[in-house]
Unconditional design. Structure first.
Length: 278
């Protein structure tokens, strides 16, 4: 290649980069910075009192705990669903594949109403669980069910393309060398799937942390029991307590960023360990 040839891959790189940064600032950076600027108007004692109130701390525990647990459950069953859809052919396979995307298209309020109707005491599933003393709707378990529902597609849709590109011959080659099915999965398939599975987990977790519409209907919204942090933020906004709302939002933002940073660091470590790029 001669020295006079422009080595830039993207024509107009400077203009494209400038447009990208301006667009990112208007859509993401400026709104997020407004959260910290608004909450900075509070004194440290006011800020600490707002974000550590017992009711708020209980909502943190429920929101982040249920989101993490839902993401873990979705990681397991999302992998199983993706495996079944890519490795097996069965009647209704395309219908099942289409239904996985339903939480993407379904309004969250509709999802919350539907889940409440199913898991309430007089619902199809709730009526079967109630005699056993198991309560789903209007409690923390209802929050978990809603978060599992809205987060499952993220795991399936990130793992499924990797499984489709992973030829079954690799598993057959491992079997021909004497590996059983579990060893072939653990040594050949799972290391390849792990980056995508981690990404799906992170997306499901991030989606669950900020979920509001589908949760408020099935949670019952009982303070200190089944009240999520987004609901507290909305309540403070309705009470015109903008500084308190932004203070809690800032804490959620920082915690979410730290957790996603940890997930991304684990993903990068896994990629270096197995010699792949993320």
């Amino acid at each position: 290649m001669s020295a006079g040839v422009n080595k830039r891959v993207l024509p107009g790189f400077g203009l494209s980069l400038g447009f990208t940064l301006v667009y990112l600032s208007l859509i993401v950076l400026i709104p997020l910075s407004a959260v910290f600027l608004k909450s900075s108007a509070m004194t440290w004692d006011e800020f600490w009192s707002a974000v550590t109130a017992p009711r708020v701390v209980a909502s943190y525990q429920l929101t982040f705990g249920a989101s993490f647990l839902a993401a873990c459950i979705n990681a397991v069953f999302g992998l199983l669903l993706a495996w079944g859809l890519t490795r097996y052919t069965f009647p209704g396979r395309k219908i099942v594949d289409a239904l996985i995307d339903l939480p993407f298209a379904l309004p969250t309020a509709v999802a919350g109403i539907a889940l409440t109707a199913i898991y309430a005491k007089n619902g199809w599933i709730g009526s079967l669980l109630d005699p056993l003393g198991i309560k789903i709707a209007f409690g923390p378990a209802g929050v978990l069910v809603a978060l599992i529902f809205i987060g499952l597609p993220f795991v399936v849709r990130t793992v499924q393309p990797v499984l489709e590109d992973l030829e079954a011959e690799f598993e057959e080659a491992a079997a021909s060398l004497g590996a059983n099915r579990w060893t072939a999965f653990k040594r050949v398939v799972f290391p390849t799937l792990l980056p995508a599975l981690t990404t799906g987990f992170a997306l499901a977790f991030a989606r669950a942390v900020g979920e509001y519409g589908s949760v408020i209907f099935i949670a019952g919204n009982i303070p200190m029991v089944s009240e999520i942090t987004p609901l507290i933020i909305i309540t403070k906004l309705e009470q015109f307590d903008y500084r308190g709302a932004t203070a809690i939002a800032a804490v959620m933002l920082v915690i979410s960023f730290i957790m996603l940073l940890i997930v991304n660091a684990l993903q990068a470590w896994n990629a270096r360990r197995f010699g792949r790029t993320v």
